[in-house]
Design a binder for this molecule. Structure first.
Ligand SMILES: *Cc1c(COP(=O)(O)O)cnc(C)c1O
Length: 461
């Protein structure tokens, strides 16, 4: 299995190389050269299997010979053993033809655990073979950083540094990053905002001497291995509801387009998905693009579903690559036009995107109203991101069963839930002592040289 860049100019890589590389050297994103196909019988055979077995069967064809079968099975088992639900990704019914896929039973209560946990295991296993060490550095406004720390803590060949804006993440998010006790975890509170964190991260990657010296690696949402791990729950959910004999549709609360792109891959593999519905909050660049054909930035408006507050959706480039007939030069040109604020999607590409994706937008008021209404109708407490999905899904209900992805636990965003319902959701029992655990964090200046010195000192211990 080979991986090629969406911009056509970077080296062709194996799965293991694409996982360690992240962003391609030509600025593009890695995608599989061909998508493995599942027959109806392959899909039917998944029904009722444990999540771990479905993960093995779905991911394995994309991975070449990086791991033996037995080795990969044991990595999957370790990745998901810390989840607080035996089904890992359980389905709940909201209405006669509407289901909620709960993706928040992982250690940090958001769907990012599904990908991050298995990537941690795969990277560690690959590094143990070569004897190399890497340094993971990430910037976070909340969910990604805690998921990365939980996934990489205690792994022998990895150090993980997470930059977050001092004083600007929620208390649950901060404590999830500062309470792990493992020596390879480094939570860094930067004096600045999230953009400063991202800028310093970029500076570190652009300083090639530093990057090579500490063997810097990234795990942001453009990493192909993250997308692949998310393909699994589309199969587990769809087969639970009768696929391949019955079609299903999915609505996905969307920010960087990673999660919904995984659904598109599942469909390309042969899973009978009728519709993939993009659900955006008031940061609606994708909804506008699909409706008008104009992909144009509009600034970020902070919302009560902050993990979807994006200016542009980085993984959308992968969908454009296919919509433009896998023409890397065309994608490179579009991304160049993006620097001046946007571009118009060609008629042919737009028709191709609309054949797979549809979209909707949910305002702040609608998000709160949906949390309130769902609580009254079903007793279910939704996090604000999941509520965006439920609202947009309700506008797309039809004859085919709809599955909405619930991307975070309501207790991760208690203020919005309380504002909507008057109820403050409690953390699951296994996390109830989060507020009593001691915190360990280093306050750092918004200064590249100081950060680089700190990273070098910490990994030399
Ligand atoms: C990251 C995140 C999203 C957005 O996912 P993308 O893959 O970026 O589209 C939605 N909800 C929550 C809770 C998240 O953490």
């Amino acid at each position: 299995m080979h991986y090629i860049s969406t911009r056509g100019q970077a080296p062709v890589l194996t799965f293991g190389e694409a996982m360690m590389t992240g962003l391609a050297r030509d600025g593009g994103l890695y995608v599989p050269e061909t998508v493995p196909q599942f027959t109806a019988d392959d899909i039917a055979a998944l029904a009722g299997l444990p999540y771990e077995e479905i993960a093995f069967r779905v991911m394995r064809p994309f991975m070449g010979d990086l791991f033996s079968e037995a080795e990969f099975r044991s990595l999957i088992a370790k990745a998901y053993q810390g989840f607080g639900h035996p089904a890992r990704a359980p389905l709940k019914q909201l209405a006669p033809n509407h289901f909620l896929l709960e993706l928040f039973h992982g250690p940090t209560l958001a769907f990012k655990d599904f990908a991050m946990q298995i990537i941690g295991q795969m990277m560690q296993a690959a590094l143990a073979k070569s004897g190399e060490r890497i340094t993971i550095v990430g910037a976070t406004s909340g969910d990604t950083g805690s998921a990365a720390i939980e996934a990489f803590k205690g792994l022998a060949n990895v150090d993980v540094f997470i930059l977050f804006p001092h004083g600007r993440v929620s208390e649950v998010q901060r404590r999830q990053m500062t309470t792990p006790t493992e020596a390879n975890v480094h939570a860094l509170a930067l004096d600045g905002d999230f953009d400063d964190c991202q800028a310093r991260l970029k500076d570190m990657f652009n300083d090639h001497a530093f990057r090579d010296g500490v063997r810097l690696a990234g795990v942001n949402s453009i990493n192909w291995a993250r997308v692949l791990a998310q393909v699994v729950y589309y199969f587990s959910a769809a087969t639970s509801l009768g696929a391949p004999h019955r079609k299903v549709s999915f609505t996905v609360p969307t920010g960087n387009f990673g999660d919904i792109f995984a659904g598109y891959i599942a469909q390309r593999m042969g899973l009978p998905i009728a519709e993939l519905v993009i659900a955006t909050n008031q940061n609606d660049i994708l909804d506008r693009a699909l409706k008008s054909g104009a992909y144009e930035t509009n600034g970020v408006k902070p919302s009560i579903s902050p993990s979807m507050d994006i200016q542009v959706s980085s993984n959308f480039e992968r969908a454009l690559f296919d919509a433009y007939g896998r023409d890397g030069a065309a994608v490179a040109q579009l991304m160049d036009e993006m620097k001046s604020g946007g571009f118009r999607i060609s008629q042919g590409a737009l028709e191709s995107l609309r054949a797979t994706f549809t979209s909707g937008r949910c305002s702040e008021e609608e998000t709160l109203a949906t949390i309130r209404a769902e609580r009254a109708a079903t007793g279910e407490l939704l996090c604000p991101h999941s509520a965006v999905g439920v609202k947009v899904a309700q506008d797309h209900l039809g004859a085919v069963s709809m599955i909405t992805l619930a991307t975070a636990h309501p207790a991760k965003f208690p203020d919005a839930v309380e504002q909507a319902t008057g109820l403050r959701p409690a953390l699951p029992p296994r996390m109830a002592d989060l507020f009593d655990r001691p915190e360990r964090v280093t306050r750092v200046p918004n200064d590249l040289a100081a950060l680089q010195t700190l990273v070098r000192e910490r990994i030399a211990r």
